[in-house]
Design a protein around this ligand. Structure first.
Ligand code: GLP
Length: 260
């Protein structure tokens, strides 16, 4: 596990984008796991800039998104299909057929979820998974209490998560109660994971995930078991980390070959 504390979320996202760019230059047909929410927006803007100004090529890249609301059409303004199209896909040269997001309009949930897992397998697995973290420690939409071995499936949102996501909907009644999400086990299969967390509101949850016990009550804590998980955070999100000074020391003293 590595914790990289950056002065600001802008700098954290610039570093995250360089991280992805390094992977794509080494492996142009890499498979990326992508996240939604407000956290990765700046990261995607930086990727778009790298594409426009430095020719970062997405032509052979495949993507799998973590989750989608059940019952929302891809055209719905709060759907994650819409989010990804507007915040990333339509600005880069990715082939639409290579982008995957769970189908929120499916009429056969178990079949859709099984096929999503199969598609990830068929693509060779996820090379790098980007994650945010929910205020209650969820990753994807794996709410507290999710099995740490879970696979892609339906989940019921907590009232807290529904309220957190309320600003994206016109009225509270519109916020779906159900979602499709990669499971915790699906996420853990990624060869590398980068979790982004910014702002004071994430500080307590981040500390619980990084320095607390591994528990299904804080699904992000399972990343302590991942061989290659990095937490890319800003100063505000790092305020509750007990070992923050050590993480800074490690970063400042990295051998040159380890630096991005
Ligand atoms: C939603 C998404 C998560 C995301 C979380 C945090 O629940 N399904 O993938 O990490 O929100 O959102 P934000 O980045 O807006 O704080």
């Amino acid at each position: 596990m590595e914790i990289l504390i950056q002065p600001s979320k802008q700098e954290a996202c610039a570093l995250g984008a360089r991280w992805i760019a390094r992977l794509l230059r080494a492996k142009p047909n890499a498979v990326l796991g992508l996240a939604t929410g407000s956290t990765p927006v700046l990261l995607y803007q930086e990727l778009i800039r790298l594409h426009r100004e430095e020719g970062l090529d997405f032509q052979a890249v495949t993507t799998f998104n973590l989750d989608e609301y059940l019952g929302l059409a891809p055209t719905h303004l709060a759907s994650y299909h819409h989010f990804m199209r507007e915040n990333l896909f339509r600005h880069i040269n990715i082939c639409e057929k290579n982008t995957h997001i769970p189908d929120g309009l499916t009429t056969d949930v178990p079949d859709t979820c099984r096929k999503y897992e199969d598609q990830i397998q068929a693509a060779g697995g996820i090379d790098l998974q980007i994650l945010g973290i929910g205020g209650d420690g969820h990753i994807g939409f794996n709410e507290p209490g999710s099995s740490l071995a879970s696979r892609t499936r339906i989940k019921t949102l907590t009232e807290r998560t529904r309220q957190d996501n309320a600003p994206f909907f016109d009225s509270p009644n519109e916020i779906p109660r159900h979602v499709l999400t990669m499971g915790v086990g699906t996420i853990m299969d990624a060869r590398e994971i980068v979790l982004l967390a910014f702002g004071e509101t994430k500080a307590q949850t981040l500390a619980a995930a990084v320095e607390g016990p591994v528990t299904a009550s804080v699904p992000a804590s399972i990343l302590q078991f991942h061989e290659k998980a990095t937490f890319l955070v800003d100063e505000a999100a790092a305020t509750h980390l007990k070992r923050a000074d050590y993480y800074r020391w490690v970063d400042a003293n990295k051998p040159k070959w380890q630096q991005v």
